[in-house]
Design a protein around this ligand. Structure first.
Ligand SMILES: *[C@@H]1O[C@H](CO)[C@@H](O)[C@H](O)[C@H]1NC(C)=O
Ligand SMILES: *[C@@H]1O[C@H](CO)[C@@H](O)[C@H](O)[C@H]1NC(C)=O
Ligand SMILES: *[C@@H]1O[C@H](CO)[C@@H](O)[C@H](O)[C@H]1NC(C)=O
Ligand SMILES: *[C@@H]1O[C@H](CO)[C@@H](O)[C@H](O)[C@H]1NC(C)=O
Ligand SMILES: *[C@@H]1O[C@H](CO)[C@@H](O)[C@H](O)[C@H]1NC(C)=O
Length: 226
């Protein structure tokens, strides 16, 4: 633990001293510092599948109801979900976490939704959350939404997630492939959450004083790239 703490602190100062060379200038990487591909599976309650449904309509327009998605491209329906996340496209693969949040259909003329959800990951590889938000024009083959933040192994992560509808069955099941590209990576995995607790406040303070949005390292999940 002590060794890892030392490495964390050394990297912290390495990172800060690089940043201070050009105070105030925003550093930007134009290639991802981390990529991962995950799938999540949404089984919508339809009045008959209460046992294995992972999503429920919790709000419907006055002309609809909470059992069946409304007409006019489901406009006005609000759905809450707690979906299993898998590494491949098999619903029955061992989940690595849950996708939890909501989507709401927000256009009468075409199928389009707004998404706000978190990936709560709890696997041997990743423990932490990633938070997503954005418009989902779901008839498009690919759609980009924002990765607005993260915690744990994804401390302060930011980036873009490309969604693809990998499969759908009527109005009951769909599966999304999520290609996550992070452009903001912090080196937290080197330290445990406990160690990070006391490194982090000063780090955040100094960075905000310098007006540098983050200490952006070309991080690839291991020390080899330093
Ligand atoms: C991560 O490292 C591997 C091997 O060093 C490299 O092939 C890959 O392109 C790197 N990925 C990113 C996102 O930099
Ligand atoms: C829900 O569970 C039932 C019974 O196990 C199964 O027949 C059905 O295919 C499941 N639905 C989905 C969408 O997996
Ligand atoms: C809910 O709405 C659907 C279609 O919009 C309709 O077919 C169904 O009968 C309605 N269910 C109830 C319980 O009102
Ligand atoms: C994460 O997984 C471990 C091992 O399976 C389990 O003991 C723990 O309760 C899980 N944590 C959460 C927050 O689900
Ligand atoms: C979705 O696809 C339509 C038609 O192909 C295109 O005009 C539109 O720009 C796309 N929207 C997004 C957000 O990619």
């Amino acid at each position: 633990m002590g060794g890892r703490t030392l490495i964390s602190i050394l990297l912290l100062f390495l990172c800060l001293s690089e940043s201070t060379v050009v105070p105030g200038r925003k550093m930007r990487l134009h290639h991802p510092c981390k990529t991962l591909v995950l799938f999540f599976h949404d089984i919508i309650y339809n009045g008959k599948n209460a046992r294995n449904a992972t999503a429920a309509i919790i709000g419907a327009p006055a002309w609809g109801n909470k059992t069946i998605l409304a007409g006019q491209n489901h406009f006005g329906d609000l759905v809450v979900f707690d979906d299993p996340i898998t590494l491949d496209n098999n619903l029955h693969s061992k989940p690595v976490g849950r996708a939890q949040g909501l989507y709401l259909y927000d256009k009468k003329e075409i199928f389009t939704a707004w998404l706000g959800f978190s990936f709560v990951l709890n696997s041997t590889d990743y423990k932490g959350t990633l938070n997503f938000a954005g418009a989902d024009p779901l008839m498009n083959k690919t759609r980009d939404i924002s990765v607005v933040g993260g915690t744990g192994d994804f401390f302060m992560a930011r980036g873009v997630a490309t969604l693809m509808t990998d499969a759908f069955e009527g109005e009951v099941y769909f599966r999304l492939r999520v290609d996550i590209k992070l452009y903001d990576c912090w080196f937290v995995p080197l330290a445990t959450a406990w160690e990070w607790q006391w490194v982090s406040p000063g780090h955040a303070k100094v960075l905000s004083d310098l007006n540098i949005p983050s200490c952006n390292k070309d991080w690839n999940g291991s020390l080899e790239n330093y």
